[in-house]
Design a protein around this ligand. Structure first.
Ligand code: NAD
Ligand code: ZN
Length: 356
């Protein structure tokens, strides 16, 4: 087998970026009984990968030494552990990067995203941005022939949108506000439409992101200008939707967007908080409480891969146009730089060029 080139973040310095991006050969982990070894095809770069590179930490997760990056991945099974029966060599799979480490009340009740997790490229766990990667087989999902491996890598961000829309309980005929037209706002928008939303309005600060949202099916876009009051923004959203939003999916983490999201959501409605901003945020809580606007947290996803695969296979959801740039592994530094300038949407690193 060829060498296992990997993209590794090395924590070195105090200045930003706090990590170096280093390409190096790593040992290939033999699959245990319940694992598969995967020849990685595509890995999407996510905001969190960029965060670890720039800041060396996300909240309490601190990169102390080094970590293989990447968690949005797909590839081909090259070896199965002796206990694996649902996959075989040659199967094309999408990888769910996180699984619960203990059988606690959350994993027993199906909310395994709230248990202590193994999660790729979240310290101390290494990620998928390497030529060969070994993972728990039951969190690898076989792709049907009509789903490409690149789409397989996009199932991870798509899953965030599915879980957010499920948490918000989006239903037939709902008018939906999505704050932020980054990759997560865009997948939330397309999932909301697939779940029966009658209209989706999406906001952003940048015109090019709103253009992309229109291309991908937004019914209306609103460009937010800095300095505008939250009530003014909510008024524009109401006018665009023709009513207050039944459901709001907040995908920016920005205080002003959370505030206008609450004002724009109708009484008895719900806002799902996907975006991560500062720890402490000032929100119009009494306004939300007295109008019974539920504010729900969203932490990654659970049980989303089967639904994502069915929706992609039947063409009911299309994520292909999220990809705006592709780089070989040798240009990983450029790929990271490109994904933090907000010019494109999703940057993909191709780990085996001749498989593409
Ligand atoms: P992104 O930075 O690419 O997109 C965010 C978008 O919001 C940008 O286009 C930005 O211009 C826009 N924006 C910023 N302030 C705004 C405002 N006041 N009003 C309207 N738009 C505004 O990020 P992404 O990858 O799309 O992720 C979105 C958020 O979701 C991030 O905060 C990320 O950390 C978070 N996230 C959460 C989970 C989870 O499990 N809850 C999972 C993945 C990502
Ligand atoms: Zn991600």
């Amino acid at each position: 087998m060829e060498e296992n080139l990997a993209v590794v973040l090395y924590r070195k310095r105090e200045e930003i970026p706090k990590c170096d991006i280093v390409l190096e050969n790593r040992p290939i982990k033999e699959p245990d009984k319940d694992e598969v070894l995967i020849r990685i095809h595509s890995v999407g770069i996510c905001g969190s990968d960029v965060h670890f590179w720039l800041d060396g930490r996300i909240g309490d997760f601190i990169l102390e030494d080094c970590m293989v990056s990447g968690h949005e991945a797909s590839g081909t099974v090259v070896k199965c552990g002796t206990g694996v029966s649902h996959l075989q060599t040659g199967d094309r799979v999408s990888i769910e990067p996180g699984y619960p480490l203990i059988n606690d009340e959350y994993s027993r009740s199906g909310r395994y995203n709230l248990s202590p997790m193994y999660f790729c490229s979240c310290p101390p766990h290494h990620g998928t941005l390497q030529k060969y990667y070994t993972h728990r087989a039951s969190y690898c999902y076989k792709l049907p022939d009509n789903i490409t491996l690149e789409e397989g890598a996009l199932i991870e961000p798509l899953s965030v949108g599915i879980h957010a829309c499920r948490r918000a309980e989006i239903d037939l005929g709902h008018k939906v506000l999505v704050c932020g037209a980054g990759p997560i706002g865009l997948v939330s928008m397309i999932v909301a439409k697939a779940m029966g939303a009658a209209a989706v309005v999406i906001t952003d600060l940048h015109e090019d992101r709103l253009e992309k949202a229109k291309e991908m099916g937004a019914d209306c876009t609103i460009k937010i200008t800095k300095g505008e009051s939250a009530q003014e923004t909510a008024k524009r959203i109401r006018e665009a939707l023709g009513a207050m939003a039944d459901r709001t999916i907040e995908c920016t983490g920005a205080e002003s967007a959370i505030q206008s999201g609450i004002y724009a959501t109708k009484s008895g409605g719900c806002m799902a908080l996907v975006g991560f901003g500062p720890d402490l945020v000032s929100v119009p809580l009494v306004n939300a409480a007295t109008r019974e606007v539920d504010i729900k947290g969203v932490h990654r996803y659970k049980n989303t891969w089967p639904a994502a695969i069915s929706m992609l296979a039947t063409g009911r959801i299309d994520v292909k146009s999220l990809v705006t740039q592709r780089f070989p592994m040798s240009k990983s530094q450029e790929a990271f730089e490109c994904s933090c300038d907000s010019k494109g949407i999703k940057v993909i690193i191709q780990c085996h060029l001749k498989d593409q």
